[in-house]
Design a binder for this molecule. Sequence first.
Ligand code: SF4
Length: 75
Amino acid sequence: MRAVKVRKSIIKEKVKAADFNSMNLQFSCESCSFFKPSAGECNLGYNTKPHLYKNQTKLYEMSGHLTFCRFLEID
Ligand code: SF4
């Protein structure tokens, strides 16, 4: 029987510091049309925790990676 390889459920992508500092990257729920700020929730039902601004910036400062939500929508 072949072992099943378990994958991480969320992909962390490397972002160059120069790009992070010079580009106006939108990477957090707070920038997304589907975010409901009053409840801190996603209207599509996704887990916002890894995509919240404070968590994204903390992750970036510690690792140089961001977890981009594939459904982030900017108006
Ligand atoms: S779609 Fe993604 S980025 Fe937008 S609020 Fe939901 S979890 Fe956050």
